[in-house]
Design a binder for this molecule. Structure first.
Ligand code: NAD
Length: 539
């Protein structure tokens, strides 16, 4: 729809409508007189009406449906509502509610959004990209829906994830909605219950695998980068072996990253940096134990090893600080069931179960990324509290129902001493008469700022240093007040400032590494320049 759109068509154009906020002059000029009630609303009064409607909904999935309908009806109002009420809205458009929305995607579906690629499109993907109505796409979030949050294979229902992530790119870092493209690589699903659901909307076959799968992904990446030469591709919620395979396949040639591996790593590292201010320990002296050894945990481990090396440790010394326990126990040399990404951390050490490993390794920090709720039980938290005056505990599994323990449990079982962070939000808890605010290790603190840096600097690649820089930049934003409240992350209401700061620092680092088209002159005034690129939703 062009700018000549008028009348009813204009009211139906989600990118251009102001609905009841069209002024009297605009109503005359644009053929709207008679089509809108008399009163002229402001963006603020429309926002108030949206919030009133939202709060009237009885449960979170209804709130999600309401917000997505608003997104389809009036994009600027939607983004304004999100930006101005991020604390309330983020858990609805992202974890935890988006998990339920994905499970029910085929049943709550209203209107197509995003772009779908199936095996039947092989050989035609580049031509299909010409169907997309925008020319200047700068961020693609793509999933194949095989490991959605901690919920497993949800096939094409996983489309809720790229849609939610891109709404956060806009809300948190001001990436223009027109520059964002959610993509579902719908290669089938191995979830038989889904395939048998008569309302399922995806490609109803078993998943494409092996060479055929890689060929389709290759074609997608080649087509996307041909059509949109400056695009950043964010891989999201792929099964761990594929997540690593695709990252390793493309990271040297294509501007891309995997959020589950690298975004999670940076947000967790930032939390660990912040925790050392409360524990008064040196980062380079820490011993860290992970429960879970998949893409999230190993991604964090890899970045931490890199960060420890940056502090002067050898690669071997750095890796010896990091210990992993998976479903079969402590990861040690000689186990014959390990994936390639586990091998650097398979230390010479006797086999042990989780509790035994805690006792022997005596970690300062415990990080859970298992998707297995209840695995940080009373004995585990008590052991951490016995080893440490201030035990640092991250229960990263999403959504909330999958967290390794709740905030309340972490505080109760450590006599209120734990510094606790989680992947999904937990409400503040009163401990010994004092309110503690568990910080959320939400990737939304990192990926929007990384994306903004890549976009502003026209980055060529995103090397590991970019994520280390982003982690430092995020930790820098955690105030003494946050720490005093027990939070290892800033308040979400700060997120646009956080993203801008991360973008500036990361763009500067990319320049130093020769990874951008920035010139030296661009560095003065970089912050003002990047800020000027940020979309501020309004009429
Ligand atoms: P994955 O399937 O690759 O890995 C899961 C790992 O946990 C495996 O090593 C498995 O052996 C281990 N595991 C499973 N059950 C266990 C148990 N009972 N005891 C010990 N180990 C167990 O998954 P992933 O991609 O690494 O994601 C794991 C979780 O991390 C998910 O719930 C995801 O939502 C969460 N995650 C959180 C964030 C965040 O909060 N910022 C980011 C990414 C992923």
């Amino acid at each position: 729809m062009g700018s000549s759109t008028r009348g009813r068509e204009l009211l139906k154009d989600p990118a251009r409508t102001k609905s009841t906020a069209f002024t009297r002059e605009e109503r005359d000029e644009l053929g709207l007189r008679g089509l809108i009630p008399y009163a002229v609303s402001t963006l603020e009064s429309q926002t108030e009406r949206v919030l009133e409607n939202l709060r009237r909904k009885e449960n979170d999935i209804e709130k999600y449906i309401f917000l997505m309908s608003l997104h389809d009806r009036n994009e600027r109002l939607f983004h304004h509502v999100v930006v101005e009420n991020i604390d309330e809205i983020l858990p609805l458009i992202y974890t935890p509610t988006v998990g339920q929305a994905c499970r029910e995607f085929a049943h709550i579906f209203r209107r197509p959004r995003g772009f779908y690629i199936t095996p039947e499109d092989k050989g035609r993907i580049r031509a299909m990209f010409d169907n997309w109505p925008e020319e200047d796409v700068r961020v693609i979030v793509v999933t194949d829906g095989q490991r959605v949050l901690g919920l497993g294979d949800l096939g094409a229902n996983g489309m809720g994830i790229p849609i939610g992530k891109l709404a956060l790119y806009t809300a948190c870092a001001g990436i223009h909605p027109r520059q964002c493209m959610p993509i579902m690589l719908d290669v089938g699903t191995n979830n038989a219950a889904l395939r048998e659901d008569p309302l399922y909307l995806g490609y109803p076959h078993e998943r494409l695998a092996g060479e055929a799968y890689l060929e389709l992904v290759d074609e997608f990446v080649a087509a996307a980068t041909d059509k949109f030469p400056d695009v950043l591709i964010q891989f999201e919620d792929f099964l761990t072996p594929n997540a690593y395979a695709l990252l390793n396949r493309f990271r040297d040639d294509v501007l891309c990253f995997n959020d589950d591996i690298q975004g999670t790593a940076a947000v967790s590292l930032a939390g660990v940096y912040a925790s050392t201010r409360a524990t008064q320990k040196n980062f380079k002296d820490l011993r860290i134990m992970f429960l879970g050894a998949g893409s999230a945990a190993t991604g964090i481990g890899d970045l931490m090893a890199y960060a420890l090396e940056a502090e002067g440790l050898t690669a071997e010394e750095a890796r010896r600080r990091l210990w992993f326990v998976d479903i079969s126990g402590l990861i040690v040399a000689g186990r014959d069931d390990l994936a390639p990404h586990n091998l650097p951390y398979a230390h010479d050490h006797p086999q042990a179960g989780f509790l035994g490993a805690l006792e022997e390794i005596r970690p300062d920090v415990l990080i859970g990324a298992t998707g297995a709720p209840g695995t940080f039980n009373e004995a585990v938290i008590k052991k951490m509290a016995e080893i440490n005056e201030t035990p640092v505990i991250f229960a990263l599994s999403n959504p909330t129902s999958r967290a390794e323990c709740t905030a309340e449990q972490a505080y109760a079982w450590s006599q209120g001493r734990a510094l606790f962070s989680s992947g999904s939000p937990f409400s503040p808890v009163v401990v010994n008469g004092q309110a503690r605010r568990p910080g959320q290790g939400n990737n939304a603190y990192i990926f929007p700022g990384i994306g903004l840096a890549a976009l502003a600097a026209r980055a060529k690649h995103l090397p590991e240093e970019a994520f280390l820089t982003a982690a430092h930049a995020l930790a820098h934003f955690v105030s003494d007040q946050d720490i005093a409240e027990g939070a290892l992350y800033p308040r979400l209401s700060q997120i646009r400032r956080v993203s801008l700061h991360i973008a500036v620092e990361t763009a500067r680092k990319l320049y130093e590494l020769g990874e951008t088209e920035l010139g030296e002159d661009d560095l003065d005034g970089l912050e003002a320049y990047i800020e000027s690129l940020m979309f501020k939703p309004g009429y």
